[in-house]
Ligand binder design. Structure first.
Ligand code: SAM
Length: 250
């Protein structure tokens, strides 16, 4: 199995593939101004198995295109949508976030939880803007420093993994520079990381290693264990920030 197949195997059965919570999605929705509007068209980019997609479909009058480049995650999302009675509102699309083919100015909102880092925060802001209608909403969560200063060990680790990690102030300034008007920011809680993401992942490690004997699976688990240990020590300094913004002018 190649690395992508192993990552799919580790994460496919999970409710979410990154830190987050239904409550945080709903907090972001409350800041977005989308609630109560009719006939919305929304894309959920890097949706994984659809934790946020299902909340959006349940709470909004919307059709949602759920985009991910891993078909197995979208198959899971399809099953979850069926079980929740929400299939009629969700269309799955296997696509790379670097090559989306929505029409210009066709979307009321772009949602993306814990996924924009794959294209890069600023690149994603720039590339996706044209798909939004004037005044359309962008809601993205991305790795964020919670404080102006932080332990060197933590800084070195995340800066190497994701060079665009920055404070909320920096990221909000980037949103403004890329043609968005910020509507709100919220940092994800520790429970979003530990209870909803890391603990369920840790519970899958043994079965994953049993299914996938060999150094590649061991290396994935070792890297995840390192990341979890670091988060447990330094959760005061780093989280995902959820950024909600509106496309400015045109
Ligand atoms: N939004 C989901 C959640 O919060 O549970 C998933 C977050 S997970 C950290 C990132 C997701 O982005 C994965 O589902 C992964 O398959 C997807 N992804 C990574 N690179 C991608 C790309 N280039 N194009 C589309 N999807 C991508």
């Amino acid at each position: 199995m190649d690395e992508l197949a192993l990552l799919t195997d580790l994460h496919r059965d999970a409710a979410r593939q990154g830190p987050g919570s239904d409550a945080a999605t709903r907090q972001a929705l409350a800041l977005s101004g989308l609630t109560g509007r009719k006939g919305l068209r929304i894309a959920d980019i890097g949706c994984g198995t659809g934790a946020s997609t299902l909340v959006l479909a349940a709470d909004l009058d919307a059709t949602i295109t759920a985009v991910d480049f891993l078909p197995d995650f979208l198959s899971e999302l399809t099953l979850r949508a069926q079980a929740a009675g929400l299939s009629g509102r969700i269309t799955c699309q296997v696509a790379a976030m670097e090559q989306l083919d929505f029409q210009d100015a066709s979307l009321d909102a772009i949602w993306s939880e814990g996924a924009i880092y794959n294209i890069g925060f600023r690149t994603g802001l720039r590339a996706w803007r044209r798909f939004l209608r004037p005044g359309g909403v962008l809601a993205v969560s991305d790795l964020t420093w919670l404080t102006a200063e932080r332990p060197a060990e933590l800084d070195a680790y995340w800066t190497a993994v994701y060079p665009e990690v920055a404070t909320a102030g920096t990221k909000i300034a980037q949103l403004e520079a890329e043609g968005y008007t910020p509507l709100g920011y919220l940092p994800l809680s520790g429970a979003c990381w530990l209870e909803n993401y890391y603990r369920p992942m840790q519970a899958r490690f043994d079965a994953f290693l049993a299914r996938n004997p060999g150094p590649d699976a061991q290396a994935i688990v070792a890297a995840d264990r390192q990341e979890i240990a670091l988060y447990e020590r330094f959760s005061d300094f780093v989280s995902y920030g959820f950024y909600i913004a509106r496309k400015t002018g045109d």
